[in-house]
Structures are given as C-alpha cells and as structure tokens.
Design a protein around this ligand. Structure first.
Ligand SMILES: Cc1cc2nc3c(=O)[nH]c(=O)nc-3n(C[C@H](O)[C@H](O)[C@H](O)COP(=O)(O)O)c2cc1C
Length: 197
C-alpha cells in the first residue's frame, strides 16, 4: 500500500488560509476517492421554467428520527442559487437503465435548467419539487440548513414525502464510470421462471 501524507512537513510554517495540503497531493486524494462506489441520485429543484438539478453521488442519510438527508453541492453549480431560493429539493435514486438521465443532469452535453428534464416523466411532491417517475425511490425535502464550507455547501434536507419504486438494479458510479448493482425486477422474475405467472 502506497502512503501519501497530506500533512505539510513544515507544519510549523504559516499557511495561507483555507490551504489543506499542497496542490501536488490533490491527485492522490482524487485517486483514493475513485475507489469509493456511490449510488447515483438526481437532485431536482425549482419549478416550471425555473427548474434545474444535478447528478450527485454525495447523498447520504443523516438521521432517521427525524428523517433527514445530506449532500455536497458545489457553490459554483447552476443549481445552488435555485435551491437556495426555493428552499426545497427532490432526491431521485436512479436505476441501472437511467444512465442517460444521470448524464443529462450532470450537464454532459451542455444541457442547462429545464432542458435537463427532457425525455423523462415527472410528478410534483408536496414541497413543489419535481420527482422522477420510475426512480428506485424518491424523497421530497425541505432545506433545513445550508452550511457553506470550502468549495461546497453541505445541504441538509428534512424529508417531507417518500415515494417507493420497484426493486430494480441500482445505478452506481465507481472508478470514473457507471456500473449496475443487482438485477432489474423483470430479469429476476425471468431467471426464477416466474415470467407470465
Ligand atoms: C457521477 C457524478 C457525481 C456527481 N456528484 C456531485 C456531487 O455530489 N455534488 C456536486 O455538487 N456535483 C456533483 N457532480 C457534478 C454535477 O452533476 C454537475 O455536473 C455540476 O453541478 C455542474 O452543473 P452545472 O452545469 O449546473 O453548473 C457529479 C457528477 C457526476 C457525473
């Protein structure tokens, strides 16, 4: 195992504010994080023509009582000002067939705002946030807190509504690419010989 120290050897030397580790060490940090497999979610926010959103892997649960989630949101993303203004968002857990939706919400082909919603069906949650039909599960959340730290905001959301989808394979991101985890429900039924029953 290669060990890369991210602590400055000249620890006693004065450091510019906000500097953590030398720039040369950042590639090691990124290389390590590539190995962390993450479930892929689409965060939706805004309404009507003022809708936008992004693909994330940083979503995690924070507490069950009360039900809260959190994720890291880049302050420079086009979603940040919209989410800060609307104070609500949807979390949509993608299944293995929804890679195109992940690409659209990551803005891979340059899509922005409402254009990211094309090619999929949406409903609206109690907070007004758009929720994806056909997601593994969807959460409708109110923003409880936005904590700005370094380049990102830690977004804490209070879950107001939960929608459960099917038991399909999950879309995960691992080592710079999309992977699938598990079986689509239809595949599982076929494999078990239950198709048509
Ligand atoms: C697999 C994957 C995971 C991502 N995870 C995050 C994340 O957790 N937080 C974040 O702010 N951006 C994340 N991004 C980047 C955003 O999806 C998006 O590309 C970025 O916000 C730029 O959007 P903009 O064009 O709206 O500014 C991720 C992108 C991909 C492809």
């Amino acid at each position: 195992m290669t060990v890369v120290s991210l602590v400055d050897s000249a620890a006693a030397a004065p450091r510019p504010p906000g500097r953590i580790g030398a720039p040369a060490q950042i590639p090691s940090f990124r290389a390590a994080l590539r190995h962390l497999a993450g479930g892929v979610s689409v965060i939706t926010t805004g309404q009507g023509a003022d809708r936008t959103g992004l693909t994330v892997t940083s979503l995690s649960s924070l507490s069950a009582e009360p039900p809260t989630v959190m994720f890291g949101l880049n302050l420079s993303s086009s979603s940040f000002p919209v989410l800060a203004r609307h104070r609500s968002f949807g979390v949509n857990f993608l299944n293995a067939t929804q890679k195109q939706i992940a690409d659209r919400f990551a803005g891979r082909a340059g899509e922005k705002g409402e254009a990211r919603y094309a090619g999929a069906s949406w409903t609206t949650g109690v907070t007004g946030a758009p929720l994806l039909e056909g997601a593994l599960a969807a959460l409708d959340c109110e923003v409880e807190e936005l904590i700005e730290r370094h380049s990102h905001a830690i977004v804490i959301g209070r879950v107001r509504e939960v929608r459960l989808g099917g038991d399909d394979a999950a879309l995960v991101y691992w080592r710079g690419d999309y992977e699938r985890l598990g079986w689509m429900a239809e595949e599982a039924r076929t494999a078990c010989g239950l198709r048509g029953i």
